[in-house]
Each structure stands twice: as structure tokens, then as C-alpha cells.
Design a protein around this ligand. Structure first.
Ligand code: ZN
Length: 273
């Protein structure tokens, strides 16, 4: 393979790398976008549940209040009826009996008055709580609607940006990157933190994973035996730089072990390269 052709391919891959990085970053942002909406939707569902529970309590309290009111009115009537009877009584024995009846009726009446007051107070309290909770639900519902509209807007923007980046990629591919290489390279950039093509440094070290490469492999890369050579450790595409600055190799050896294991652990999704 002619050297200039090889350099051209590497130059194109480097250009593609910048665009793909941006594209993948945008795709990731799209995935995390609905998180805020989901959180708001969960809060709205919770608020609605609370409203329904409060409404049940309110309905029951109103029924109790009505029932207490009827029972109180009945008790008042029983007491006044007994009081009216007093006027018609002539016998002492009957008088004592009716007085006792009136006293008992008063006790019941007072107890029911308290119950009626308490249940009316509960109805008022629950009514206020219900109104307040209704406002909370309404507020959250508006927030969910706003968030949805916001997401739709952002989503549209990001999708348009991705489409533009993809069209830039297509233009670069036309200049001399095969579909096969593009597909592999694109996967590498995505799975290897945005670094899919990287130079051999210090004559023998992959600058992507810092592993020391076999000399025969380095020679193949240097001669340009194939258009693309993939690092046997991290799968990144490697190219040779004649004017590479001198770097202390001992640093790489130490880092190499750590990076190799870090890379190896995240390689599951990458076996088919
Ligand atoms: Zn490597």
C-alpha cells in the first residue's frame, strides 16, 4: 500500500473520530434526557394518589357529619317532647320518671352536639386539605407538561445535530473509508472512550492501552502491510509516527498493566471486532 494512501486513510479516520465522538456524546445525552421527566411524573402520580385518599376521607367525613346532625336533631326533639309532657303530668311518680328521662336525653344531646361539632370541623379540615392537594396536583401536572415540551424541543435539536454529523461522516467516508472499516472503527470509538485510532509511541507501545506491542506487528504497521492494523490488546487502529517524541518507556510499562486489565474488563461487548 502506498504511503500517502495510508496516511490519507489515517487522516480520514482521525477526522471521523472527532465527528463520531460528538455524535455519540449527543446520543448519550438523548438517552439520559427523560430522567427529569420520569421523576416529575412519579411525583405527580404520588400526589394524585394522595388526592384520591383524601377525597375518600372527605366523603366519609361528610356522611358522618350528616348522620351526627340527624341524630342530634332527633335527640333535641326527644328532649323537647319530654319537656312538653311535664306540663300534663299530675302524679309525683310520673313527674320523677319524666324528669329522669329529660336528664338522660340532655346527656345524649350534649354528646351528639360534640360529635356533630367534631365531624363538621373534620369536614372543613379535609375540605381545605383537598383544595390544597388539588393545587399541588395541578402544579405538578403543569410541570410535567412543561418538561415534556422542553424535552421535545431539545430532542429535535439534538437529532438535527446528529443528522448533520452523520452527513459529515458520509462525506469523509466517500473520500476513501470502506463500509467495513467504518463499521468497525465506529464501534471502537464508541466502546473505547472516543479513541479509535491512535499512534504507536516509543517505537513499540500502543498509545491507547500502553501495552508493548510485538515487534513483528509494529513492522507490519510501519510498512503498511494492511490499510488498518488493530491493536491486539485494545482493538484500536494503530498507525506509525516517525517523528514521535521520546517518552520514558518505564512509565508505560507500569501503566500498561493497569490499563490492560481495565480494557480487558470492558471488552465483553467488543469480541466481534
Ligand atoms: Zn492497544
Amino acid at each position: 500500500m502506498a504511503e500517502h494512501e495510508l496516511q490519507q486513510t489515517h487522516k480520514l479516520l482521525l477526522q471521523l473520530q472527532d465527528i463520531l465522538r460528538e455524535k455519540f456524546r449527543l446520543e448519550e445525552e438523548i438517552e439520559t434526557l427523560p430522567a427529569a421527566l420520569k421523576e416529575k411524573e412519579a411525583r405527580l402520580a404520588e400526589a394524585n394518589q394522595k388526592y384520591i385518599a383524601l377525597n375518600d376521607d372527605y366523603t366519609k367525613a361528610k356522611q358522618d357529619a350528616t348522620s351526627n346532625s340527624i341524630r342530634y336533631d332527633d335527640a333535641v326533639k326527644a328532649r323537647t317532647d319530654a319537656e312538653k309532657m311535664v306540663e300534663k303530668i299530675t302524679l309525683q311518680r310520673e313527674y320523677e320518671a319524666i324528669t329522669k328521662q329529660i336528664d338522660e336525653a340532655r346527656v345524649v344531646e350534649n354528646a351528639l352536639l360534640k360529635a356533630r361539632t367534631a365531624s363538621n370541623a373534620l369536614v372543613n379540615d379535609l375540605s381545605e386539605q383537598l383544595t390544597a392537594q388539588g393545587e399541588v396536583c395541578e402544579h405538578l401536572k403543569n410541570e410535567v407538561e412543561e418538561e415534556k415540551a422542553k424535552i421535545d424541543g431539545i430532542l429535535e435539536e439534538k437529532k438535527a445535530a446528529i443528522a448533520s454529523l452523520e452527513s459529515q461522516c458520509d462525506d469523509i467516508r466517500k473520500e476513501g473509508v470502506s463500509d467495513e472499516i467504518y463499521a468497525k472503527f465506529s464501534k471502537i470509538v464508541k466502546n473505547k472512550n472516543g479513541l479509535g485510532i491512535t499512534p504507536i509511541v516509543q517505537g513499540q507501545v500502543c498509545s491507547g492501552c500502553h501495552m508493548i506491542l510485538p515487534m513483528q506487528f509494529v513492522n507490519d504497521v510501519r510498512r503498511g502491510t494492511n490499510v488498518t492494523e488493530y491493536c491486539p490488546y485494545c482493538s484500536r487502529i494503530l498507525y506509525y509516527q516517525e517523528d514521535e517524541e521520546t517518552i520514558d518507556l518505564s512509565d508505560f510499562e507500569q501503566e500498561a498493566q493497569e490499563d490492560f486489565f481495565a480494557d480487558a474488563l470492558s471488552d465483553d461487548d467488543f469480541d466481534n471486532i
